[in-house]
Each structure stands twice: as structure tokens, then as C-alpha cells.
Design a protein around this ligand. Structure first.
Ligand SMILES: [Zn+2]
Length: 463
């Protein structure tokens, strides 16, 4: 009986490749290239591995797979292929967004964006997300099912359970933490996320219960330092220097310190033994970190306002809320030296051999939108001192590594799934190219970015 069931499952999984080609009429209108044989010719390729870009390349997509990548002068385009001359365009792997909620916040709202978030992620080139803290896990589970069935357009989703908060309002100790974790593991989430106030005993219990269900654990930490969390078995870490209490003098165990410790970090020596110890602990244990500069930029003095298209994507009231807070933060926010230190910390971690990925975190007061904020991250990584090829790697392959799917996606390599983004422009010399996604291939299906962006306009903050 068990054997029969397995055979049926295998038959189903072969079928599902075709099943995914059945899209609802609404989704079908967003598709430019159905799954088939497509040649993207004369493009510049960032392959996601951190290697320098290669110009004059041709990529052959066959079904859902990258069949060939090579010089346009050498690759023979198979007969029957749809040939697309993309001179002046850049192709990267589909972006892997590791802190990509499907909810969104401003100072006045906290709302699930099941309509616009998945579509705007995909439009922006993000083909895989991890939701990394859910306010509505069942809603995300259903959303993932509707994307998989072709009813909705969106990225591959790794779903996270509800925020595991350690303050009195939520978890009541380690047993409670284990119970909640096991419950969501049964319900089908892939990750759990702990939040700033958990205790070490709670984290230990969460990790044990999660791993027993094949679920991984990440955290936005404070009461537990990054080094402590790695030693307690966490699988990845969120954010940056501003969430790491490793360097707070006389820190009380299990307590998020009060006082101006983040401001004091401006004087932290990144070459010091204590900083290098954090990096080594993470590297030796194979634990990566997701940096989220786009959401933190909002809180820093004198930073630019969200771009035109982001403002256009917001509903009118959402835009007003965002702009009011922006005016305030722009004058009264975090001093810029704190922000620069965080970027320098990310660069130092990467240069030491750390596994750094990126995600948008479309929360805060609303300036970092799903997808658009992932693109903004790319520009901010350049500002931190990363090369374009490194910034692409952080936005693609490194995220896939943290999710454990680097054999399927995350780089442009023959045999991998055809998750690719075509950007208009030269990403080597012009960082605004990252904002001009034109075609996004997910599993070999080419979606039209412009049509998806249009469909989202006015909806961010509402649905
Ligand atoms: Zn978050």
C-alpha cells in the first residue's frame, strides 16, 4: 500500500510540471513567454556566483531548465527556439529574497498584501522568497497553494510561522515555545522566526522542536546575541550589527539591553577579536545572515525618499502616511554614521568569508516595498562597498544557500531551473539598471514585469 502511494506521488510530481502551465486567465495575461524553447541572445550575464559579468552571451532556456549558457558567437541556437535579441540588457538569476514578508506596514496600518506583494515581488525579479515572520501563516499557506496551482502570479514561497515573541504577551516558557513550533511544523511552515525577547531556554526548545519537524529557525535577535544563537543551534540570523548584542558590555543574559548601545557601536573596531569571533562562529557553523538595508535606510537622517514608482504603487492614504513619517525621519532619524557602520559590518562579514544574503523586510513606516526594496538593497550593497557581482551573489545564490536550494536555483548554470531576470541596461556600469526588470522567468515561464507593476499601482497598503 505504501509503495503504491509512492508511485502515485511520483506520477503526480511529473504531472505537476505540466499542471503549472495551466494558468488562470488573469495570470495568463501577464505572461510573455510560455514554457518552451527560448534563446536570450547578446546579453550581459551576472551568473550569481560572484564571478565577474560576461558580455555577449546567449542563454538557451528549454522547458523549465537552463540548457546552455555561452558566448553568442559559439552557442548554436536550436531550431524552433524563440529568439529574443536582448542587446543592451543584463540577465541575473532570479532574486532570492530572504526577509520578504507578505504583509506591509506604515505608522497607521499593518496589512496582508496577498494581491500586490507576490505580484510585485515577481515583477521586480524576485523568484523565491522566505517570509521570515508571518502575521497570517494560514493565509500564506493558501497563497502559496494558489501560486503553485497557477491561479495567482508570485514567487516560490518558503513560509515562516508566526513571530515567536518571548515577552509576557506571548510565549510562556520553553514548553510553550516547543508546542507552538511543533504545531506550525505540522501545518506546513518551512521556518520559524524568533523575535527580540526570547530566552536562551526558549530558543533551545524551539530549535529542537523545529528540527524534529524538518523546520529551520531564524531570528531577529536582541536578548540573545548572534554568537549565542549560533551556539544554541539557530539556522540563520536576520538583520545586521544593530540586532547583535555580542559587543554590549555587561549585558544581562536573556535580556535585550536598554541604553544607547547601538549608538556606541559607531566606535566598534571591526578588526577586533570580539567582532572576528562572531564572524568565525557563524562561518565555522555554516550559518548565514540576511541583511536588510532597505528597511533600515528609512530610519536614517537625510536619506532619499522612496522612488516615484514606489509612491505610485501605494494607495493615496498609504502614500500620505509614508510621506508624513519620511519628513520626520529625514530630519530626526538615526545619525548617518550608525548606518555606515552597519554597512561596513556587512562588508567585513562577507570579506571574512561569511554567508551574507539579503531581503527587503517591507515593514517599518512603508518606504521599502516588496520587490522594489529588494532592488534598493542591491544599490545599498554597492554603497557599502560590494562589487556589482558580489551584490548580485548576495541577492541570489547566497539566499539559495541559506534555504538549501542552491542545487536548483540561485545561479545561471546549465541544468539549473530557469529562474532568470532580464533587466534593461548595463548593470556593470549603471546601478539604476536593477530597477528596470523587463521579463522575469520563473521555472522557464517569462512574465512581463511592466504589466505586473501596472496591476499593482495604487494597491500597496490596501490588498
Ligand atoms: Zn521582518
Amino acid at each position: 500500500m505504501k509503495h503504491l502511494f509512492l508511485v502515485a506521488l511520483m506520477a503526480l510530481s511529473t504531472l505537476s510540471v505540466q499542471a503549472q502551465e495551466t494558468f488562470s486567465a488573469t495570470v495568463d495575461r501577464l505572461i510573455d513567454y510560455h514554457r518552451g524553447l527560448v534563446a536570450l541572445e547578446n546579453v550581459t550575464v551576472f551568473d550569481g556566483t560572484g564571478a565577474a559579468a560576461r558580455t555577449g552571451q546567449t542563454i538557451i532556456i528549454n522547458g523549465g531548465t537552463i540548457q546552455t549558457v555561452g558566448s553568442s558567437t559559439e552557442v548554436i541556437v536550436p531550431e524552433g527556439a524563440i529568439r529574443v535579441d536582448l542587446k543592451g540588457h543584463t540577465v541575473t538569476p532570479g532574486l532570492v529574497g530572504l526577509h520578504n514578508h507578505t504583509f506591509y506596514t506604515t505608522s497607521q496600518r499593518n496589512i496582508q498584501l496577498n494581491y500586490s506583494a507576490p505580484m510585485l515581488y515577481l515583477a521586480s525579479g524576485v523568484t523565491t522568497i522566505r517570509t521570515t515572520g508571518s502575521v497570517a501563516p494560514y493565509s500564506e499557506i493558501n497563497l502559496r497553494a494558489s501560486i503553485e496551482s497557477g491561479e495567482a502570479a508570485g514567487p516560490y514561497m518558503f513560509i515562516t510561522g508566526p513571530y515567536l515573541r518571548g515577552d509576557e504577551a506571548w510565549l510562556q516558557g520553553p514548553e510553550d515555545a516547543a508546542r507552538v513550533t511543533a504545531y506550525w511544523g505540522e501545518e506546513g511552515v518551512d521556518w520559524m522566526k524568533v523575535y527580540t525577547q526570547v530566552t536562551r531556554d526558549e530558543l533551545k526548545a524551539i530549535v529542537k522542536a523545529a528540527h524534529a519537524k524538518g523546520v529551520k529557525v531564524t531570528g531577529h535577535l536582541c536578548s540573545i546575541s548572534h554568537t549565542e544563537a549560533v551556539e544554541l543551534g539557530i539556522d540563520s540570523i536576520e538583520h545586521d550589527l544593530s540586532t547583535n548584542t555580542d559587543y554590549v558590555k555587561d549585558k544581562e543574559p536573556d535580556k535585550c539591553p536598554t541604553g544607547p548601545w547601538r549608538a556606541e557601536y559607531v566606535n566598534l573596531d571591526l578588526d577586533s577579536e570580539e567582532v572576528q569571533h562572531t564572524f568565525r562562529t557563524m562561518i565555522d557553523n555554516g550559518i548565514g545572515r540576511t541583511t536588510t538595508p532597505a528597511v533600515f535606510e528609512m530610519y536614517v537622517q537625510g536619506r532619499p525618499m522612496a522612488d516615484e514608482r514606489s509612491l505610485a504603487a501605494m494607495s493615496p492614504e498609504t502614500r500620505e502616511e509614508y510621506l508624513a513619517t519620511y519628513q520626520h525621519m529625514s530630519a530626526n532619524g538615526t545619525p548617518v554614521d550608525q548606518w555606515n557602520k552597519s554597512l561596513a559590518y556587512d562588508l567585513a562579514f562577507y570579506r571574512a568569508g561569511g554567508l551574507l544574503a539579503a531581503g527587503v523586510d517591507p515593514t517599518g513606516y512603508g518606504g521599502a516595498l516588496p520587490g522594489y526594496g529588494d532592488q534598493r538593497n542591491y544599490q545599498l550593497l554597492l554603497e557599502a562597498g560590494f562589487t556589482p557581482a558580489e551584490a548580485v551573489q548576495i541577492s541570489t545564490l547566497n539566499g539559495a544557500k541559506i534555504l538549501g536550494i542552491e542545487d536548483e536555483t540561485g545561479s545561471i548554470v546549465e541544468g539549473k531551473r530557469a529562474d532568470l531576470v532580464v533587466f534593461e541596461g548595463d548593470l556593470i556600469s549603471d546601478d539604476t539598471t536593477i530597477t528596470r526588470a523587463r521579463i522575469v522567468f520563473k521555472d522557464g515561464v517569462g512574465f512581463n514585469s511592466g504589466r505586473m507593476e501596472k496591476a499593482v499601482e495604487g494597491n500597496i497598503g490596501v490588498r
